[in-house]
Design a protein around this ligand. Structure first.
Ligand code: TXA
Ligand code: MG
Length: 318
């Protein structure tokens, strides 16, 4: 198992040696390595068992430092950066040659993020290279929102996990690209569309799929727990043994399923709280050994949109 600790110096030493570590951010934990070191990047793909056609996000500590590896920041991107960086936002920007094709899977743009987490920022400020970091989960599984989640899944493959506590946002960053002057949301995430549109006006939301070349990693079946996750819509409870059924709800218990089998993302009906709990609660229910877990969509507003996106990807696809 990996060492879980808060020792920034240790984390820096390991990263400088070309190794990878678990790193906290406000969205989810990342599997971080030197973005300028091909060996470290290769390790990230190997440890995660991630196909190399799925590019990585590069993390740094300030907008000034973004210029080290990005050739140009469009005006609208600067505006978004000013308002939301550090924060749960990733911008796709034209890359400089210091970023290898391995990081971007051959694309001309690099995904850039400044995490809003004190320990992550302290780490990045003390390194003279940015950190490439995908979410620290095996490819296709739920993202980790605590150091323990990372250890459970990747602990035998990495030495160190920097412990920054539970992630405050709980779902991955919103990814935004700029194509022919148009602003496109490629992944709904921890920054609500409403907040983005309040600054730059109407944006286009692009449905992600494996066939979408702009976001090659957005496979349809993603974020999946091991237990079958289904919507209650066609739940025929009369035919089910409800003892063996779990339920992941928003703010109300399901009346036909035993309450001890249920978790509510936010009894108060708060979408931000629901986002924070989403992946952790999926994991808790997944560990209970149910035959099936049922769920329902949340209100399609604020972070509810990103939560619904994750739930749809996690439900069993016919
Ligand atoms: O919140 C987050 O963004 C977390 C934390 C650790 O920062 N990171 C994260 O990384 O979610 P990952 O690798 O799990 O998801 C990155 C997504 C992938 O779907 C990938 O396809 C997309 O970003 N991506 C990366 N670079 C891209 C690019 N140049 N163009 C289009 N999509 C890109
Ligand atoms: Mg991921």
């Amino acid at each position: 198992m990996a060492v879980i600790g808060k020792d920034i110096k240790e984390a820096i030493e390991i990263l400088k040696s070309g190794e990878v570590i678990g790193m906290p951010t406000e969205t989810v934990y990342g599997l971080a390595g030197n973005a300028y070191n091909t060996e470290a990047i290769t390790k990230i793909f190997t440890v995660k068992n991630r196909p190399t056609f799925d590019p990585l996000i590069v993390h740094t500590s300030s907008i000034e430092r973004v210029h080290e590896f990005v050739s140009e920041i469009p005006e609208k991107a600067q505006l978004l950066a000013k308002h939301f960086m550090p924060g749960p936002l990733t911008l796709l920007l034209p890359k400089k040659d210091v970023i290898s094709d391995l990081v971007t899977s051959g694309l001309d743009t690099v995904a850039v993020r400044i995490p809003n987490h004190p320990l992550a920022l302290q780490l990045l400020e003390n390194l003279d290279f940015p950190l490439a970091a995908p979410s620290a989960n095996p490819f296709g599984y739920i993202s980790p929102t605590s150091a323990q989640h990372v250890d459970n899944q990747l602990g035998d493959k990495i030495k160190y996990i920097l412990d920054g506590g539970e992630c405050k946002v709980g779902i991955e960053s919103s990814i935004i690209g700029f194509f022919d002057g148009e602003i496109v949301v490629l992944r709904k995430g921890g920054l609500a569309i409403e907040e983005i549109e309040a600054i730059v006006g109407k944006v286009r939301i692009e449905e992600h799929s494996s066939s979408n070349p702009k976001a090659p990693g957005m496979l349809k079946s993603h974020y999946a727990p091991r237990t079958q996750l289904l919507f209650t819509g066609d739940l025929l409870l009369a035919h089910e043994d409800t003892k063996l059924i779990g339920y992941l709800g928003f703010d109300k218990f399901h009346t036909s399923i035993p309450q001890e089998n249920q978790l509510l993302l936010s009894p108060a009906g708060d979408l931000n709280e629901a986002a924070k709990h989403l992946f952790a609660y999926m994991r808790l229910l997944d560990a209970r050994g149910f035959d099936k877990i049922y769920t329902d969509l949340l209100p399609e507003k604020g972070l509810g949109r990103a939560i619904n996106d994750r739930i749809k990807r996690a439900t069993t696809q016919e």
